[in-house]
Ligand binder design. Structure first.
Ligand SMILES: Cc1ncc(COP(=O)(O)O)c(C=O)c1O
Length: 456
């Protein structure tokens, strides 16, 4: 299949990228200085390697509502939103008030507080899982979910999808971005560690299957009878653009997992409370055995939660599974989380996300059609992305056929014209309750300018 956009002259994307990189650098001198200083004491000059993306990190000074300002004074409509955390928008008045009130009464005791159960009750209502425990990140949520599944089933093997990211603990740092020379055949992908330092013994406990392929999953389950503790899936893959599940796929996963005595874990760290009040569970109507949450549930503070079936979570009651953490249920996080979930992310907020998504998607489709660009947009309430290919992407290997140069050029175009997207070609946008229609149309206008330049 051709991945070259036909109305676009060969070399045009490279030429425009060079121009935009120069414009980017000329307006980000202070970021560059800070980055150089930081590299003296921080590897790659950033607190998390995800933040070091080409052309260089943009250092942020502050944010308010839908906007953020960098240290050079450039203002942006924030489409990054802290990798999908800030669906409440920046410095939302009621969240600020909740944090201030809690801070004035003490921020940490490592003792339970009354609001723990309020947040758990709201998560139970949304995700249809009766029991919850708190963590401090998505990584901790999937780590605990995997441990719960292994303890409950008495099995050790995990099945994950090729190219899903579930956090940075050893058990799931497998085949996150496997290179083609290592990833093996599509009907039996290899298990490829994502980082040095992950023990081979742990990698060998993970079988990898393609997303949207129940046949390969079934054969994999059959190859490992009575060994698989859980199938873990990001129900909409959101770390290689956005990859939607086929109709019936999530239901099929649950049926197959259960037929083979395994649990189904949804990693809703990105989808939870952003694509629907109840994430993919709500949007697609499939309730798994365990759900992992983080990011947007915390009102902007470090957070995480794992919820599940009463019998599975009962392994904690029975003192079989040790689920612990000094900061679990931190009162400051719980205060922000309670306010975000009960006062900000209301039904009206989701109606607002849908209206913004419609405006964005409609605008982008029109530009793509006017300029005959072989791309397509995907929107799911607060989330969305442009896929730089005409046909739908169904799995990682489809995704690899896309020319990443377009995503990078688009990132530069947006950044240079006041819209900050999450860094990385594989990323998508997250909107907030404080974004207006005019904010999102800025993205469309910038996209049209790029379309015009690409096709001229
Ligand atoms: C789907 C998914 N799961 C888990 C994680 C890990 O979350 P955290 O960065 O909070 O540890 C991420 C992070 O981006 C994610 O996208």
């Amino acid at each position: 299949m051709s991945t070259v956009a036909e109305p676009i002259a060969p070399g045009r994307v490279v030429e425009l990228t060079a121009k935009e990189e120069e414009r980017f650098r000329s307006k980000r001198r202070r970021s560059d200085e800070l980055w150089k200083q930081a590299r003296q004491v921080i590897p790659r000059g950033v607190p998390s390697s995800f933040q070091d993306a080409a052309p260089q990190p943009v250092f942020i000074d502050h944010g308010k509502g839908s906007r953020i300002w960098d240290v050079d004074g450039n203002e942006y409509v924030d489409f990054h939103n802290g990798f999908g955390v800030m669906v409440v928008g920046h410095a939302h008045p009621v969240i600020v008030q909740a944090i201030n009130e809690r801070a004035a009464r003490g921020t940490h005791f490592a003792q339970p507080v009354a609001d723990d159960a309020v947040v758990a009750t709201e998560l139970a209502r949304r995700f249809k899982q009766p029991q919850w425990r708190f963590t401090n990140s998505g990584t901790e949520s999937t780590l605990d979910a995997v441990r719960l599944a292994r303890a409950f089933t008495g099995r050790e093997r995990l099945i994950k999808m090729e190219a899903t990211y579930h956090g940075h603990h050893d058990s799931l740092m497998v085949s996150v971005e496997p290179p083609p020379e290592l990833f093996g055949p599509p009907d039996q992908p290899a298990s490829v560690p994502w980082s040095e330092g992950v023990p081979k013994a742990i990698v060998d406990l993970v079988s990898v299957v393609p997303f949207n392929d129940l046949e390969v999953l079934e054969r994999t389950l059959q190859r490992h009878p009575d060994q698989v503790a859980a199938v873990i899936v990001e129900p909409v893959m959101m770390n290689c653009g956005i990859v939607l599940p086929d109709d019936g796929y999530l239901e099929g996963l649950r049926t197959l997992a259960h037929e083979h005595g395994a649990l189904l874990i949804f990693d809703e760290v990105k989808t939870g409370v952003t694509i629907d009040p109840a994430g993919a569970t709500g949007r697609f109507g499939v309730v798994p055995d365990l759900v992992c949450l983080a990011k947007a549930i915390g009102g902007g503070l470090p957070c995480g939660a794992v919820g599940g079936r009463a019998d599975v979570m009962g392994t904690i009651d029975a003192h079989k599974v040790v689920q612990i953490g000094t900061f679990n249920g931190n009162p400051l996080t719980i205060a922000a989380s309670k306010t975000a979930l009960t006062s900000v992310l209301t039904p009206a907020a989701y109606a607002h996300f849908d209206a913004l998504a419609e405006a964005l998607e409609g605008g982008l489709r029109k530009v793509m059609s006017d300029y005959q660009l072989p791309f397509h947009p995907i929107t799911l309430a607060a989330r969305g992305c442009v896929t730089y290919r005409k046909e739908r992407v169904r799995n990682y290997r489809d995704y690899l056929t896309i020319d990443k140069k377009y995503a990078y050029l688009s990132w530069l175009y947006q950044c240079n014209r006041g819209v900050l997207m999450a860094p990385g070609a594989e990323e998508n946008w997250t909107l907030s309750v404080q974004h207006s229609e005019d904010d999102v149309l800025r993205y469309v206008r910038n996209f049209e300018e790029m379309a015009k330049a690409l096709t001229s």
